[in-house]
Design a binder for this molecule. Structure first.
Ligand code: SF4
Ligand code: SF4
Length: 154
């Protein structure tokens, strides 16, 4: 290595350090003059934007077991089981006035597989399946991310 090469490397080091420090100083000035740009989570929480998709919820009272949500799901994380309703039982009607002909026996979503695409809720004819604003539902055991909406407790 010649002395000129050595000087070139030294110049690169000085220039890249100066560039990095310029970003640091710009951010420092911004924070000290305009206030913090981050928030102290979990003591502080930001406003959730309109239309954001959090944890899914199914109001099973209005679910007609049509399975359109499961058919729309690209990752097959919705599991539904239903039996034919007993004909002697008076028919139920859901929010949208849709007759319930099936008895919902199982409605589970494996939230750990969900990609929050919203296709299931868009397909739901009774609007009983929707995204809530809830985003704090980390768990230590993977099984706990299988949401059982017929026995939902949160
Ligand atoms: S939001 Fe989740 S559950 Fe619904 S269709 Fe998309 S991946 Fe499936
Ligand atoms: S699309 Fe809606 S009504 Fe049909 S099974 Fe899914 S949640 Fe129930």
């Amino acid at each position: 290595m010649t002395f000129t090469d050595y000087l070139e490397i030294l110049k690169d080091i000085v220039v890249s350090t100066a560039k990095g420090m310029a970003i640091t100083w710009r951010t420092f000035v911004k924070v000290t003059t305009k206030g913090a740009i981050t928030i102290q989570y979990p003591e502080m929480r930001d406003q959730i934007p309109l239309g954001s998709r959090g944890l899914l919820f199914n109001d099973v009272e209005d679910c007609i077991s049509c399975k359109q949500c499961a058919a729309a799901c690209p990752v097959d994380c919705i599991h539904i089981e239903a039996d034919k309703k007993d004909a002697s039982v008076a028919p139920d009607f859901t929010k949208g006035g849709v007759r319930k002909t099936l008895d919902l026996k199982r409605f589970e979503i494996d939230i750990s597989l969900c990609c929050y695409c919203g296709l299931c809720s868009a397909a739901c004819p009774t609007d009983c399946l929707y995204h809530t604003k809830e985003y704090e539902y980390s768990v230590y055991e993977r099984d706990k991310h299988i949401m059982d909406y017929l026995n939902y407790q949160r």
